[in-house]
Design a protein around this ligand. Structure first.
Ligand SMILES: Nc1ncnc2c1ncn2[C@@H]1O[C@H](COP(=O)(O)OP(=O)(O)OP(=O)(O)O)[C@@H](O)[C@H]1O
Ligand SMILES: [Mg+2]
Length: 100
């Protein structure tokens, strides 16, 4: 697909990450926080969606995940020449670095 300014990926990626955090981070009525930030650092945009929940399932690998949401994020990140990372660290931390 041709680049189209990146507006569609930049809209869809946080949507999926926030939905995941709401669905999975704090099960069984657990209280917690979801933090979203978008910062400009030089010529790079950095989108972060972090939570302080239960973290990713044991042995989980974003790259190997066959589930649709993360596959879509990887594809969309590629369309804007972005780098996506997802890891467990006192919850789950997702980051997208992309050129602006
Ligand atoms: N913030 C999070 N905290 C804990 N687990 C998470 C979080 N985000 C994702 N996961 C885990 O990663 C898995 C894969 O996420 P992904 O978005 O690819 O699939 P899904 O949300 O289950 O399905 P879909 O997005 O296709 O509706 C989830 O099923 C869940 O187990
Ligand atoms: Mg999902």
């Amino acid at each position: 697909m041709k680049r189209q300014g990146g507006a569609i990926p930049i809209a869809l990626i946080p949507n999926e990450l926030i939905t995941n955090a709401i669905k999975y981070a704090h099960p069984d009525g657990m209280k917690g926080r979801i933090t979203i930030s978008l910062v400009l650092s030089g010529s790079e945009g950095i989108l972060r969606v972090s939570d302080d929940g239960v973290g990713l399932p044991e042995g989980f690998s974003a790259g190997a995940s066959q589930s649709l949401g993360l596959q879509l994020i990887q594809t969309l990140a590629g369309q804007i020449d972005g780098r996506f990372s997802l890891l467990s660290d006192l919850g789950t931390k997702a980051a997208l670095h992309f050129p602006v």
